[in-house]
Design a protein around this ligand. Structure first.
Ligand code: FES
Ligand code: FE2
Length: 334
């Protein structure tokens, strides 16, 4: 399947200023630039004249000017030579949309659906971008099981001595994989427990669904009393997009939203969003530390000794191969 057949987030909107930015997505080099009127545009990062990196050029009005000989290209890739005015050339252009605080790109030939993020009633805490030196499959593995949470994470997840009590359920469709976890809650610092409205003996609930065009998971996190079902005052919904850079590295784009039953605008979330942002960033960095510490970055699950929490690894791989990469996946089905 040719590159960029799905809508990928490639940069946060705030990461694109007046300078063009080079990005690599799934082994494809692009230059992303913002025209003088604020429109984001994406071209292949190679000048059709003599193959200079367009990302080293400058934005002049609505066009990107190549550093080497000054040819200029508009958002549709139409190029002009200043030295030979009748000579025209085209750079490969991509479809671009700016939404949810990010810049999204796909190939002009592809017609996938744009991922709909259901954020109704939620308040945006932050959008984050992280890079991980690990292949897509291994990154998704980490974000789709909770057995690692006791030892990898700070406050997120379940305690090691009660991990055997955690229940996990898998629900797969042709195009999605849902995983529902519930179990005794990890010990939280008292101020955080109070702020979130987490009662004594509450269970931590972690319910996510992974989609594959592009590859992303939608996580619902909250706490609740196992006897009465009473939930915590605050919950959140995270959308994490797993965007391969190449076969050895991946970008994570996290869109974090919260809902709270505190009074006031956005349930008071504006007041503590800095704290949630800091916690979330820290927890994601802890995942990255583990992923970059793996002894073997072979994306295959062959030879791994999988546990009752790892069923999603095979389910995800089959869908990554079939839906995301557009290949016959039987070879990797788990
Ligand atoms: S290489 Fe870009 S203008 Fe010559
Ligand atoms: Fe994690």
């Amino acid at each position: 399947m040719p590159g960029l057949m799905h809508w990928h987030p490639v940069l946060l909107g705030k990461q694109l200023g007046r300078r063009p930015v080079a990005v690599r997505i799934d082994n494809t080099d692009l230059v992303i630039f913002r025209t003088a009127t604020g429109q984001a545009a994406a071209l292949a990062d190679v000048c059709p004249h003599r193959r200079m990196r367009l990302s080293m050029g400058d934005v002049i009005g609505q066009k990107l000017r190549c550093l080497y000989h000054g040819w200029t290209f508009d958002a549709a890739g139409r190029g002009e030579s200043p030295g030979t005015p009748k000579l025209h050339a085209c750079a490969t252009a991509y479809d671009v949309v700016e939404r949810y605080g990010a810049i999204w790109v796909k190939s002009l030939e592809a017609a996938p659906r744009f991922p709909h993020l259901d954020v109704h009633g939620f308040y945006n805490i932050c959008n984050l971008q992280h890079s991980v030196r690990a292949p897509l499959e291994l990154v998704v593995d980490n974000f789709c099981e909770i057995e690692h949470t006791p030892t990898t994470h700070a406050v997120f997840g379940y305690p090691l001595d009660r991990m055997h009590e955690v229940k996990v359920e898998f629900q797969a469709t042709d195009t999605t994989v849902r995983v529902i976890n519930q179990g005794p809650c990890k010990r939280l610092p008292a101020p955080l427990r109070w702020l979130l409205g987490v009662g004594k003996d509450y269970y931590f609930m972690d319910d996510w669904t992974t989609h594959f065009s592009p590859v992303y998971s939608v996580y619902d996190h909250w706490w609740q009393c196992p006897r009465t079902g009473r939930p915590s005052r605050v919950r959140w919904r995270l959308f994490i997009f797993f965007v391969p850079i190449d076969d050895h590295a991946c970008n994570l784009f996290t869109f974090a939203y919260t809902k709270s039953c505190y009074p006031g605008p956005a349930g008071g979330a504006r007041l503590f969003k800095w704290l949630m942002r800091r916690r979330l960033d820290h927890e994601i960095r802890l995942d990255i530390r583990v992923l970059e510490g793996l002894a073997d970055h072979n994306p295959s699950i062959e030879g791994m000794k999988l546990s009752r929490f790892d069923k999603s690894l095979g389910l995800n791989r089959e869908r990554i191969e079939r839906i995301y990469r557009g290949r016959n996946a039987l070879r990797l089905a788990g």
